[in-house]
Design a protein around this ligand. Structure first.
Ligand SMILES: *[C@@H]1O[C@H](CO)[C@@H](O)[C@H](O)[C@H]1NC(C)=O
Length: 305
């Protein structure tokens, strides 16, 4: 019972649907006699209208070669297929059919970026510095912009390299000066200008001699003494012979012999100058520090008394 009802309902629906859609799937048109007829399908033109309402036309005819109709219609004539313009650098991409127009595309190595509006194709650009994105039918070649980048890099190198070189050279020079203790970081003016040592006056070195000889060591003392040329080689040899085992003692004795011969006047200055002359500036500085320190201590002790 239920089944029959359902079947009846389906039949009614189908009939209603078919009245409008089944018979005229493409839609309707109205003739000059106010009669509604089905449209001819794509690729066909209308020859004769229908006789009864909402029925297919008596005759639809397929479009002749070289003509087309790409939509359901009631046209009596098909439209001419377009031809592709070789002078516009275009060639046929898809042939014309009764239901579709010709599709024109750009010929090889040409592009057109106007989409459906395209009337002319242009030759693809060539690249001086290589292709970034190749040309295709719808967009031109995209090229690498090597030149500006290269000049940027060149500029960067031109600026950076000399700066780095300058810093490196400066560091090397500073390093060597520092190593040779030429550059006095404490900037002790006395050693920049030995003349100013005289401001210290003639310090009596007598009581400093043991410490000074310790600082200098025998070889340095001997170099200084020889350079000054005040003691004969015999005296130097004697000092060496008398103290064959004890280098410290040899240094002290030699320095003492030199000091006695030289006399107090200008002795400190001469010692300093000779140390600097034999490239022993650091030793000269040490001696200077020693004398300064011991003198201060002596003064303080005197002040306390
Ligand atoms: C052509 O290349 C462009 C990028 O340059 C891209 O967006 C487009 O999809 C390409 N078209 C075809 C048909 O390959």
């Amino acid at each position: 019972m239920e089944g029959k009802k359902l079947l009846a309902l389906l039949c009614v629906s189908w009939s209603v649907f078919c009245l409008t859609e089944c018979v005229c799937p493409e839609g309707l048109y109205t003739t000059s006699n106010r009669l509604e007829c089905c449209l001819c399908p794509r690729g066909f033109r209308l020859m004769n209208d229908c006789i009864s309402p909402r029925t297919p036309p008596q005759k639809c005819e397929v479009c002749d070669p070289g003509t087309y109709l790409d939509h359901p219609n009631s046209e009596q004539k098909c439209e001419r297929c377009k031809t592709c313009d070789n002078f516009a650098n275009m060639v046929e991409g898809q042939r014309c059919t009764p239901s579709s127009n010709t599709v024109c595309v750009c010929k090889d190595d040409h592009y057109c970026d106007k989409g459906d509006e395209c009337k002319v194709c242009y030759p693809c650009s060539t690249c001086e510095f290589g292709i970034k994105v190749p040309c295709n039918l719808t967009s031109d070649t995209q090229c690498n912009e090597k030149a500006p980048e290269e000049s940027k890099i060149t500029t960067a190198i031109a600026i950076t390299v000399p700066i780095i070189a300058l810093i490196a050279v400066t560091l090397i020079v500073v390093f060597f000066l520092w190593k040779r203790k030429r550059l006095c970081f404490k900037s002790d003016e006395k050693f920049e200008n030995p003349e100013s040592l005289e401001l210290l006056g003639d310090t009596d070195l007598e009581r400093f001699l043991p410490r000074i000889s310790e600082i200098l060591g025998f070889k340095v003392v001997r170099n200084v003494v020889r350079r000054q040329g005040m003691l004969s080689q015999t005296i130097i040899d004697n000092v060496m012979d008398e103290n064959p085992r004890d280098a410290n003692e040899r240094a002290y004795q030699l320095l003492k012999a030199w000091y006695e011969k030289h006399g107090m006047k200008g002795a400190y200055k001469a010692l300093t100058e000779n140390l600097i002359a034999i490239n022993m500036r650091s030793k000269a500085e040490e001696v200077h520090e020693l004398i300064k320190e011991l003198s201060n201590r002596g003064e303080r002790r005197n002040g306390d008394v």
